[in-house]
Design a binder for this molecule. Structure first.
Ligand SMILES: [Zn+2]
Ligand SMILES: [Zn+2]
Length: 445
């Protein structure tokens, strides 16, 4: 709109984050016309994260987020979206298939009733996606990623699973019998975006809104590992589903965040995949087939002879005095990790912007490079013995990618400094790697 104080894209983008779009401006006839609200939200994610950091420091005197945990959470968010470079989301693909072949009625796409019905339906289905993700171990193996931070701030919202999308689509299918895919494609995004701002400790209580909506207060309970928090408050936008189905718990004691058994690592593939291995190992000693199956299909706390969801009383007790795992590391290394993380974020952003113009092979190569980078940075944060060698290999890959044009620099004028920086890093890590190899060899001798 000409002359507007706030540009349209900013107004729409901000309002999309808080479920404040009208049916009129967010109903579309074709799926192809639906905006990529989530992809376009990057600047608003960053803006709100910076705002939370500043307000947090002013309010409490300390930052609400640490570098190690924040980098790991945002990395998980990036990895969770890499499959979308090569395919449309599973949720929408399955939905469209069912709609095209088996729909029972066709609600009009341009009616506000359809929009509101789909909002409610999507949120109702999300409640069940989420509840199953907590109550069935093989689904929890995917969803535990989101709960693996011992902190609770806006970066935690982005800590998403890469594997969850391959099963969550099943739960939305009933809606595909009646509601048009183009409207579902809007609400699946708005539902996700709404859940961003509720990941904060800075908003304590929202009065009467707490009755109906999922709020920071309710969702803090969901992320707790106190016994009263386990398997509670699954709602996405609305908390009424939890009140209806008996899974609601109000916030009482100080919430201690994270997994019942904290993983204490920032290695990104481990964060994503470790629980699958854990389940396999848990099932191995059982001779009984039903016990083996129960390991995968009953709750994560289930043990033979226990009820379906196990007995939470058996879990470690929390005292409220727990200190989150946060390794101490040198300031130069912190600067190094943050700089390279921002470069990877730039590459990731570029890749999504330009994916239509790139070959599948280039996309795969660049996605692999991003994965390698985030893995290597996780190794550095963890200060693993192999970190220097892996980082050295990654620096070689970076130089090759830049030399052969797979990767554009963020801004042209940054090309030379970037390459100089990467080359210096390479030299530094080469020296580190060699000294480490020598010391390993010396130990072996
Ligand atoms: Zn959850
Ligand atoms: Zn959450």
């Amino acid at each position: 709109m000409a002359g507007a104080v706030v540009p349209d894209w900013v107004s729409t983008g901000v309002r999309a984050m808080f479920l404040m779009l009208t049916p009129n401006e967010s109903s579309f006839q074709k799926v192809e016309d639906v905006p990529q609200y989530v992809q376009q939200a990057t600047p608003f994610f960053i803006g709100l994260m910076v705002l939370e950091l500043v307000v947090g420091v002013l309010k409490t005197g300390a930052p609400v987020v640490t570098i190690s945990d924040g980098v790991t959470s945002i990395s998980a968010g990036m990895i969770s979206r890499l499959p979308l470079l090569l395919m449309r989301g599973c949720e929408l693909t399955a939905y469209m298939y069912l709609w095209n072949h088996y729909r029972l009625v066709e609600l009009p796409w341009d009616s506000a009733w359809t929009w509101w019905f789909t909002l409610l339906g999507t949120d109702f289905c999300y409640y069940w996606v989420h509840r199953f993700a907590h109550e069935v171990s093989i689904l929890w193996a995917a969803h535990q990623v989101h709960h693996s931070s011992e902190y609770y701030n806006l970066t935690t919202a982005l800590r998403q699973s890469v594997t969850q999308q391959f099963t969550s689509w099943i739960f939305y299918l009933p809606m595909a019998l009646v509601a048009p895919p183009s409207i579902f494609a809007v609400h699946i995004q708005l539902n996700f975006l709404y859940q961003f701002w509720i990941h904060t400790e800075l908003i304590r209580d929202l009065g009467p809104l707490e009755w109906v909506f999922n709020t920071p207060k309710h969702h803090r309970v969901h992320h707790g590992r106190n016994i009263y928090c386990i398997d509670k408050n699954y709602g996405g936008i609305l908390i009424i589903w939890d009140r209806l189905f008996g899974t609601f718990a109000p916030e009482t004691d100080k919430v201690v965040y994270g997994l019942v058994f904290p993983i204490e690592t920032f290695e990104i593939l481990y964060v994503q995949l470790h629980y699958y291995l854990h389940l396999w190992r848990k099932s191995n000693p059982f001779n009984d087939v039903s016990d083996k199956l129960s390991t995968f299909f009953k709750g994560p706390s289930w043990k033979p002879g226990k009820p379906r969801l196990g007995d939470h009383v058996d879990n470690p007790k929390v005292t409220g005095q727990e200190v989150p795992h946060d390794p101490s590391w040198s300031p130069p290394l912190q600067v190094y990790v943050v700089t390279h993380f921002l470069l990877a974020l730039g590459t990731y952003h570029d890749l999504f912007q330009n994916k239509m113009m790139l070959s599948q092979l280039t996309i795969l190569g660049m996605a692999g490079y991003i994965l390698l980078t985030l893995t290597s940075l996780g190794f550095l944060i963890d200060q693993r013995p192999t970190a220097a060698v892996l980082e050295m290999l990654r620096c070689v890959a970076t130089v090759i990618m830049q030399r052969y044009g797979f990767m554009k620099p963020l801004l042209p004028f940054l090309a030379v400094p970037t390459e100089a920086f990467v080359s210096l890093s390479l030299l530094y890590w080469a020296l580190q790697g060699f000294s480490q190899l020598l010391s390993i060899k010396r130990k072996a001798d």
